[in-house]
Design a protein around this ligand. Structure first.
Ligand SMILES: [Zn+2]
Length: 431
């Protein structure tokens, strides 16, 4: 008796397949299904991928996870079922593997379809049914439920970003278009219409929701980056990008977070995508250029800084960065021009004075260098490079005593200037 009920139940529960595969299967599936429910109910070994897939589906509808995913061999299907008040989705791993080709939209569709049965209240409770407390639905009513589950699945996949073709691919390969009068499942064309409807809804009400979600993750990522939790920030920025692949700010900040973690190629890749998405933001070029400079790609760095300047002629940092890259290429004259521009834009730019002073030493303009480095030390009293370079400037002006003082100060601040001290301080020592 119970066995008979289980047969009927399976007939109700085995939702997905078209009637052919289904009628072929159900007779063989009773025992495994029964076993799955009865034996494995206390021993759930969840397939991680299936769990992740379920999480993705539930993230769309915002439901807390009130389903148990149960791998179940040999049912050649996925089934929504309730048992002792717990909602199960049983699925056959091999079956799910067989329909996943390249991506997992097919699997997601099937799981979403089963979740659709649950959230729409279709799944029959095994215990109540066996106790004859509830009746199985009529065929027309079941077919209606299938369409509701299909629409739900289309909605979920649309929200998750699947194209209509990706969403319907599994139905196209598994369902058929025969007369459905005596079937639990509607004909393929009816099901495709339902999926279409759901998919369209998913896209419609979703553009805004997606943007909102993307911005929420983006803000959360910014907060994490602020407290130097760069790994956490990268995860949030990635979610922001998942929700809105055009979120160039998320790419930008994921890139700068990667830089903080010394992932330079990853950082450059992200900043490059950000630039492709929005080529008009000077600060993104600036960020990418500074990484290139760090990686000794001076020409690349100069190109990015120049682009930043083109977009925003008041970006003093871009002039400064370009100047330092020019120094790396021994273009000291060009460098001083850029540093002068950055000082014009920001008269308190201490490091620009330091580097302009250093460039002037290479150009043998020791007086100019002395003035710049003195100004730099005024603005940045602990700038060891300013002291070191001023020592060279003073040495160039034959002020050995002053050079010696500055060289010692540079050493005090952490620069190994022993050699310079030997040269410029020797006369003092000899006195
Ligand atoms: Zn179904």
């Amino acid at each position: 008796m119970i066995m008979k009920k289980l047969v009927l139940l399976l007939f109700f529960g085995a939702h997905f397949l078209s009637v052919d595969a289904f009628s072929q299967e159900y007779g063989n599936s009773v025992d495994p299904l029964k076993l799955c429910v009865a034996i494995q109910s206390n021993n759930f070994i969840s397939d991680v991928e299936a769990e992740n897939a379920l999480d993705r589906i539930l993230s769309v509808i915002g439901a807390s996870k009130r389903f148990v995913l149960q791998p179940c061999d040999n049912i050649n299907n996925a089934v929504a079922i309730s048992y002792k008040g717990v909602r199960y989705i049983l699925y056959d791993k091999e079956f799910m593997n067989s329909i996943s080709s390249g991506d997992n939209w097919g699997n997601l569709f099937i799981l979403a379809h089963e979740v659709g049965h649950h959230v729409n209240g279709h799944s029959l409770d095994l215990v109540l049914y066996a106790a004859e407390a509830v009746e199985a639905e009529t065929l027309p009513s079941r077919r209606q439920q299938e369409l509701e589950a299909d629409e739900f699945a289309g909605f979920v996949l649309g929200k998750l970003g699947a194209s209509l073709q990706e969403t319907t691919s599994v139905l196209n390969s598994l369902a058929n278009d025969r007369d459905d009068t005596y079937s639990t499942h509607p004909s393929k064309s009816k099901r495709l219409l339902a999926v279409n409807r759901g998919h369209k809804k998913g896209l419609e009400n979703d553009k805004n929701n997606y943007l909102i979600s993307s911005n929420e993750f983006y803000s959360s990522g910014l907060n994490k980056a602020k407290i130097k939790d760069y790994k956490g920030a990268i995860i949030d920025f990635t979610r922001a990008i998942d929700f809105n692949p055009n979120n160039y700010k998320a790419y930008t900040n994921r890139g700068t977070s990667k830089r903080k973690l010394n992932d330079f190629p990853g950082a450059i890749a992200d900043l490059t995508i950000a630039i492709e998405l929005n080529p008009n933001v000077d600060t993104i070029y600036l960020a990418r250029g500074s990484i290139k400079q760090f990686l000794m790609d001076s020409n690349g760095a100069i190109a990015d800084a120049s682009k930043a300047i083109e977009l925003n002629p008041n970006n003093g940092s871009a002039y400064y960065n370009r100047g330092t890259s020019k120094m790396d290429l021994d273009d000291f004259y060009g460098a001083t021009i850029d540093f002068t521009k950055s000082i014009e834009l920001n008269p308190n730019y201490g490091k620009a004075y330091t580097n302009r002073g250093a460039s002037k030493i290479y150009l043998k303009d020791y007086r100019g260098a002395l003035a710049d480095l003195t100004k730099a030390i005024e603005l940045l009293p602990n700038d060891k490079y300013a002291y070191l370079n001023r020592a060279y400037a003073k040495n160039g002006l034959n002020d050995k005593e002053g050079a010696c003082d500055d060289a010692r100060k540079a050493k005090e601040l952490g620069i190994d200037s022993s050699e310079l001290i030997l040269i410029v301080c020797s006369q003092d020592d000899g006195k």
